[in-house]
Design a protein around this ligand. Structure first.
Ligand code: AMP
Length: 121
């Protein structure tokens, strides 16, 4: 049995979220702790715990996260300026909610690389 996460509660409307897009397969809502002027999450309605669980059986569904991101970017008018999609995986990746989600960040020129440490040994 897979442990439910807070995102199941958002899917089931048991807790509030600012939903910006929904279809049969995916839901998108604003991140509660935005890291850019525009920051929302696109999630599958069924739980996939981490990026390590992406496989040929769910590849089409995972692709739909990107389809939704591109559609929202077009509708919200930031597609041409650009945006960043991030999926964190497990502790070193910074994942805190174990239901995969595409972070979509936009609304300013985003720095790269996204971390401060140097790669010097
Ligand atoms: P990650 O650290 O990649 O697992 O990202 C989890 C994201 O979920 C974080 O950016 C949180 O700010 C966001 N988050 C957690 N709880 C909520 C919530 N109730 N509504 C919207 N975003 C949330």
């Amino acid at each position: 049995m897979t442990e439910a996460t807070i995102f199941d509660k958002i899917i089931n409307r048991e807790i509030p979220a600012t939903v910006i897009y929904e279809d049969d397969d995916v839901l998108a809502f604003n991140d509660i702790n935005p890291q850019a002027p525009i920051h929302f999450l696109v999630i599958p309605k069924v739980q996939i715990r981490t990026a390590n669980d992406i496989n040929n059986d769910n590849a089409e569904l995972v692709g739909k996260l990107y389809v939704a991101a591109a559609k929202i970017a077009d509708e919200m008018g930031f597609a041409d300026n650009g945006f960043r999609c991030v999926m964190n995986c497990n502790p070193d990746g910074g994942q805190t909610v174990y239901h995969i989600h595409l972070h979509v960040l936009a609304g300013k020129a985003l720095g790269w690389p996204p971390y401060q440490e140097t790669l010097k040994k």
